[in-house]
Design a binder for this molecule. Sequence first.
Ligand code: ARG
Ligand code: ZN
Length: 873
Amino acid sequence: QVFKLEDYRPNDFSIPQTGLTFRLSPDATRVTAVLTIERRDGAAASAPLVLDGDGLVLKRIAVDGRELAPAEYLATPDQLTILKPPARFELLLETEIAPASNEALMGLYRSSNVYCTQCEAEGFRRITYFLDRPDILSVYTVRIEAQLDEAPLLLSNGNPVESGALAEGWHYAVWHDPFPKPSYLFALVAGNLGQVADSFVTMSGREVELGIYVEPGKEGLAGHAMDALKRSMQWDEQAFGREYDLDVFNIVAVSDFNMGAMENKGLNIFNDKYVLADRETATDADFANIEAIIAHEYFHNWTGNRITCRDWFQLCLKEGLTVFRDHEFSADQRSRAVKRIAEVRTLRAHQFPEDQGPLAHPVRPRRYREINNFYTATVYEKGSEVVRMIRTILGSQTFRAGMDLYFERHDGEAATIEDFLKVFEDVSGRDLSQFALWYHQAGTPNLTVSSTHNPVTREFTLEIEQSVPPTPSESRKRLMHIPLAFGLVGAGGEPVAYGGVEGATVEDGVIHIRKRRHLVRFSGVDERPAVSLNRGFSAPITLSVEQKADDQFFLAGHDSDAFARWQAFNTLLTDALIAAFRQILGGAKPVFSARLTGLAGKIAGDETLEPAYRALALALPGEADIARDIGRNIDPDAIFTAREALVLAIARANQDAFTKLYGRLAEDGPFSPDAASAGRRALRNILLDYLSLLPGGVELAARHFETATNMTDRAAALTVLAHRHDGSPEAIKALAGFEARYGADPLVMGKWFQIQASVPGPKTVETVRALTGHAAFSMANPNRVRSLIGTFSSANQTSFHRADGEGYRFFAQTVLEVEKRNPQVAARLATALRSWRSLEPGRQAKAREALLAIANGENLSADLRDIVERTLA
Ligand code: ARG
Ligand code: ZN
């Protein structure tokens, strides 16, 4: 079934009140729903009520206290129809579900003996029959009954109302959420969990009780998450004027979770990977992710919960906007420049390939078969970039005024992207209709730019041409409004002043590209400047710039915009890597200029730059990044060889400087996860990666591993040993030592799987296959599957794309195995093959066979079928 945006219409009924009673038991949980149902004004009196279900068994049904006769309704596992409903009535439904055997992890399930729920997008219908769509807003009262010894803790949305003992060792709790909400935000947690408690006083002086619940014994690992929560609450007050609205805010960490976390009203449920951390078990990246995801889910309280989505086509209304908000939060808490570079790297690594492949879709899609497959980098990350562009175009103040109006106008509503754009049009008086194409049109726009300077007329001209490549089912594209931030940079690095400009609107350092071609003429420019483009990554586009290498080197050393400066160096590296790739295919040995390797050394040692920034600059484009930039006829082995050659060349050219700097960066004070300390670790660890290729490198890495005082350094050293010195006694010893030390900690073992799954080279297929039998691995746990299989398929170019196709064969088999339990996780895994058409013909044919093998799997789920069919189309 295909769902279409244009088919939206409100349901004939609304459900103003929802009462739920759960009598919990692992294999037979009784759910009693009491729904107040009203026919909407204007709906036909003859309209039946059709509720959604998914695999449900109906045990009892009554209308206004009267049991219905079989002729009055129609119940299947997936639908309940009440043939002649009154205009307003109370519907009682009883269903029975089995949380313990729910391995899809949607609806009510058990994770390590804890009952928990995941209802977004359409999981609520696995609990009871309902109008399971986001425009049905209802006030929920939830009563939970459980055996006291099995589940001493009983949580749901909203505020606690009452609790007490029941007969035979049972107890109960009642929760009431005064804010009307869609069913996807419903949540329940019951079990035996440890609590970390704190409180927060909001800007209007209300005290909110905060709770983070974790597996008993892990309370000591929730401190960072709690701290991040309090900072998020404060930041949303300052940055957006948004105050929290309930008496309690609870977060629960569970170890089986399909995604990162979920913003259920007042009761966020998290993948424990994004809650638990200390220096011993978590890396700096983990600390940063926890902070970002805690913030993200908290920010949803306003962007998602108070204002929700009319339908799932509007998913980006809450996700793109909330990602933008969490990006801004992290930028304010950490280093803005470093954060921006990291965001762009992520966008390019995940969203660009989506946009450039068979799964491309607009930020606001118009069609879907399975909504779970649209929780994508396009909806989230590109969706965030679109919000950022609105701010760039309007300026921060007007943007904030627009957000204020959005909250004021749409609070309590299920809104659309049109509603969102309208508030910005209203506060700014601007016409955003061309800009709106960013929501409606898929594909990454490209700008081709060339420049000329005429010293006689003192004119500097940029010739800019836009194009949007065709994407599936959108062959003809319309011209977009692209805000291109830029700078003209003089020989001393200073901004170049100009008299006037014509050919495009230029405001506050931004060229507004709206036509196919612009000739942007700057007058009064005496000397040819270097031009810095897409500063701060003002638009999510690709650039083809005719730029002299001299200018590129100059900008890499002098651009005042930190992002553009990083970009200039990254472009130089990419160009060199692509040239090396071609040399290798032509049978030659790649050579790299001393100017390039020297610049790497200069950046590494530039004390005016933050260590984290230097670390990002030294992290060469990944193999997948290079493949994407080459675009077609990809041979992953040649890319790998080219990249390794550049790493070695940079290491050799800077051996002394890198060695000294590595020594100077050794940890001195006590451990702190703050951004500055993390930056120094990042720089030292990337230096280790280079130095490990030189004589004595393996000993250096082994020492780094042995003397590490935190997981960041330990995991970095283990990666260097396993990847660069695979099979060495040092690598074998370190892997075994790590396993012995952390064998009982599933999250840390995830890192151990990850490191091994990404060892380059053909034999990793066999390693990974063998590791699926390891005691710490489980096909039923999404985190373990992602660590081992996800890493192998998305972060191991040389092994996954093994020329004989064995990587793909193993992968197809595994995807089908995961799918039997968890279709969502399997479908997400399967997207690893989305760029198969850009491979060289031999691998392409083998990848296609693997896709067909998946497509021919028995009883394929809607989730996986949708992905493979679109990928093959
Ligand atoms: N709304 C959640 C978040 O981004 C993601 C939940 C997605 N879950 C799913 N089953 N598709 O914060
Ligand atoms: Zn979200």
